[in-house]
Design a binder for this molecule. Structure first.
Ligand code: NAG
Length: 413
């Protein structure tokens, strides 16, 4: 198996027709980033998201790389596991030029990929010029320039074009650690769902010239259904496990957060800055379908919840939030501010303003969305790139198929 066909965890768009996770697709540079091309440093501990680690002892720095072109919660889970092997996680993002040279044009630009990756709560630093295939020269840079202690990779073999092990040098130096691949996740499946969702929508529009009311439509197609099996343990792993402190100002934002993208990361960041604790309400699949049509959501409730939970600006989520914000809800969660972005997909069917109550209480804030990007625009971009993906990943699909044919019980995180 060659390098490309085994780098499933990063770009794997054509993997295997199963499973999936919160896709993260995006557009924009996280405001946190200080020195963009020199890499960036996050400060989640300053936000109070993670306790500061013991000082004195030298901190263990671990490194994991990837293209992160169609990012979903499986990638986030890999980085979560990598982080657990050290104190600081440095992520190597493969440059646009390297992706172009090795696989064809990326769907997401470096800025977009950087926004998503650096928004993850497990990521401390990002290097933005990682090579597509790790070289001995680059390994030396990691060890001596970036003070990396261990290079982390998934448990699939990773071979260079000449057939040698890409991580041989790191292994020889005793600086290599392995993590389990994340089951139940594939970009292939997500792309497939986007395709069939948009096709359904178009077929309906061709039929009656309009977007039909959801109640007149048939049930969502089976092809939209996820193979992801959400477990309570995974949700716990992604959670902060902390409630608001005393006197905390609690900010509430709600939405579908479908195909989690950079626009989401940026509005969550802005919302978090308005208070001390950000509570995110994630609309149920039924709510999203009833407001936007049966071809949505593309990602299911638990997948969308994991994507939002992986974002460092988020403190807590409501898994299946109501469409209308009630007085009771505001009281129950002691919500001080309810926010909504200026760029959001409008409801097709609801006349009532879901923010009537918080507006009447004077706690509603409309936030200027930093980026003009929506789930629909992301889906369209993926569609436009679909042919390239099919070609690019045909080989990978085969090796993935083999993997699933031979697979047995999978242990680990
Ligand atoms: C509710 O939130 C306010 C801040 O908006 C805070 O001062 C107050 O202590 C909170 N109430 C409780 C019971 O935590």
């Amino acid at each position: 198996m060659d390098y490309d066909s085994n780098s499933w965890i990063w770009e794997g768009v054509y993997n295997h027709p199963h499973v999936l996770g919160g896709l993260m697709v995006t557009a924009a540079l996280l405001g946190l980033s200080t020195s963009y091309f020199g890499g960036m440093t996050n400060s989640w501990s300053n936000l109070g998201i993670f306790p500061k680690k013991r000082s004195g002892k030298r901190r263990v720095r671990v490194y994991m790389d990837g293209c992160f072109d169609l990012m979903h919660y499986g990638h986030a889970n890999a980085l979560r596991q990598a982080k657990a092997l050290g104190d600081e996680l440095v992520v190597g993002l493969v440059s646009d030029e390297e992706i172009l040279a090795n696989k064809g044009p990326p769907v997401l630009s470096m800025e977009e990929r950087l926004t998503l990756v650096s928004g993850l709560k497990w990521v401390d630093e990002v290097i933005t010029d990682a090579p597509y295939a790790i070289t001995e020269e680059f390994l030396n840079r990691l060890f001596y320039e970036y003070n990396i202690d261990y290079v982390i990779h998934g448990d699939d073999p990773c071979l260079l074009p000449d057939g040698t092990d890409a991580y041989a040098a790191a292994k020889k130096a005793g600086r290599y650690k392995q993590i389990k691949r994340t089951e139940g996740v594939s970009s292939t499946d997500i792309v497939g769902r986007i395709m069939s969702s948009l096709k359904d929508k178009k077929a309906r529009e061709d039929l009656d010239g309009t977007d039909a009311k959801p109640q007149e439509e048939s049930k969502p197609k089976v092809s939209h259904l996820s193979q992801f099996l959400p477990t309570s343990r995974r949700i716990v792993q992604f959670s902060n496990g902390k409630g608001p402190g005393p006197d905390a100002r609690i900010v509430y934002i709600d939405g579908a957060f479908d195909l989690f993208h950079a626009g989401h990361v940026e509005i969550l960041k802005k919302a978090r800055q308005l208070g001390d604790f950000l509570l995110v309400g994630i609309h149920s699949d039924e709510t999203v379908s009833s407001q936007r049509g049966n071809h949505y959501p593309i990602m299911h409730l638990h997948e969308r919840s994991l994507s939002v939970l992986a974002c460092g600006y988020v403190d807590e989520v409501i898994i299946g939030a109501p469409w209308e914000i009630t007085k009771d809800m505001i009281t129950t969660f002691n919500i001080s501010a309810v926010v909504h972005g200026t760029v959001a997909e409008k409801s097709l069917y609801s006349e009532r303003d879901p923010y009537e109550v918080p507006k009447s209480m004077g706690i509603f804030h409309l936030l200027e969305s930093p980026k003009d990007i929506t789930t629909t625009s992301v889906a369209q971009r993926i569609m436009a790139n679909h042919e390239a993906y099919v070609k690019r990943n045909a080989k990978k699909a085969q090796s993935e198929k083999r993997y699933y044919e031979e697979k047995t019980y999978v242990t680990g995180d």
